[in-house]
Ligand binder design. Structure first.
Ligand code: PLP
Length: 389
């Protein structure tokens, strides 16, 4: 059969590859971003209850209204603005579907979308499937700050979308209010929509507050903001997220959503709605919870040769292995799986043209015992490599 791939250069994501390798080699997996601890049993009980109560048929296309009302209340608490559950909130299959739908709604053939490298891997394929192309602007290590002058220079009359992710995966940088102000000035009076990937909205460290586009009066009028209950409720397998946008943008997003997934697993939505009604502040405390895990992992690794890079937020901690090896990160990460029995995520797949760097991404959303065991294995590996040098 003659077949032309639309994404010939796209392989299996690095997360799947490394998780598969971890299983093959019996390695501890602190690569892929999913918790290895249980969800709140009260959330699990809500799911059992709603299934028993008969919530097992198609949910409304835009999401169960009880859940959209809970989301609206949560957004008001977090970002001080009331979003209409009927016209501005759509429940999606994880943050991933929201990202895809928003990109399809905005980007057309020949259009350009600006993304920041290292970039989460879901953005570029979706832009290309829409017929557009990504203009990739680097965040410079070690602090991975946004360079708005460079963004301005990269704008063209084909620019339709700017995708900003904060807290950022994988760099662990966060955008502050100044970044959002700079972005707002850049796109003022231009036909550019913002896609704000805010799935780590509650995971900011050292007293930082999340700067959401939804709390920015100018940006919230021209943005899609994407969130994930997978991250917020430690339930990545529930694949439940949502997208918040003004009515016009929401209408366009729903045109894609209704022919993509149509609607999201009904009992999961009822269960989350019921849970949030009973525990409306379930997400409070996430920053402290993850900061303790970041500190535990970084503290164990500091001085080992896997040097932690300051992390301002997200599920992750970057480490620099440059003191141990100059190997390319893909090779080094595979060696760690084989020899240290620890799976991590190399950074180069997050770039279009990876610079020479020796960084690995570790996931902190793990039991303390997993983090301690992984750190011990990495320290042992580092000590042995130093001895053999
Ligand atoms: C930056 C970023 N955006 C979006 C997603 C996807 O979220 P979900 O699992 O809800 O689809 C992830 C998941 O890891 C992520 O790291």
């Amino acid at each position: 059969m003659r077949f032309t791939s639309k994404l010939p250069d796209v392989g299996t994501t690095i997360f799947t590859v490394m998780s598969r390798r971890a299983l093959e080699e019996g390695a501890l997996n602190i690569g892929q971003g999913f918790p290895d601890y249980p969800i709140d049993p009260r959330l699990a009980a809500c799911l059992v209850d709603v299934v028993g109560a008969g919530h097992n048929q198609y949910a409304p296309m835009e999401g169960v209204v009880e859940l959209r009302e809970q989301i609206s209340a949560k957004l008001h608490t977090c970002y001080g603005h009331r979003f209409d559950p009927h016209t501005e909130i759509t429940v999606t299959c994880g943050g991933t579907e929201a990202l895809y739908d928003a990109i399809q709604a905005v980007v057309g053939p020949g259009d350009e979308a600006i993304i920041f490298d290292p970039a989460y891997d879901a953005y570029e394929p979706a832009v290309r499937l829409a017929g557009g192309r990504c203009i990739r602007i680097p965040l410079a290590p070690p602090a991975f700050r946004f360079d708005w002058d460079r963004v301005r220079q990269s704008l063209s009359d084909r620019t339709r979308l700017i995708i900003i992710n904060s807290p950022q995966n994988p760099s662990c940088t966060v955008a502050d209010r100044g970044d959002l102000d700079a972005l707002a000035v850049l796109i003022r009076d231009r036909p550019i929509t913002v896609l704000a990937d805010e799935v780590y909205e509650h995971v900011l460290f050292d007293g930082r507050r999340h700067a959401s586009v939804l709390a920015h009066p100018e940006l919230r009028q021209c943005s899609y903001a994407v969130f994930s209950f997978g991250k917020t409720l430690h339930a990545t397998g529930w694949r439940t997220g949502y997208c918040v946008a003004p009515p016009l943008l929401t209408r366009e997003l729903r045109k894609v959503h209704q022919f993509n997934t149509f609607s999201i697993v009904s009992p999961l939505q009822y269960a989350i709605a019921r849970y949030l009604a009973q525990y409306p502040d379930a997400w409070v405390g996430l920053a402290a919870f993850f900061q303790a895990k970041r500190d535990l992992l970084a503290g164990r690794l500091r001085g080992s040769g896997f040097e932690p890079i300051p992390a301002a937020g997200s599920y992750f901690q970057l480490v620099d292995y440059g003191a141990l090896s100059g190997d390319a990160d893909m090779d080094f990460a595979d060696r760690l799986i084989r020899e240290a029995k620890v799976a991590t995520i190399p950074l180069s797949p997050f770039y279009a043209a990876p610079p020479r760097m020796t960084l690995l991404r570790l996931c902190i959303a793990k039991n303390d015992s997993t983090l301690e065991a992984a750190a011990a294995r990495l320290c042992e590996f580092a000590a042995a490599s130093r001895k053999n040098r």
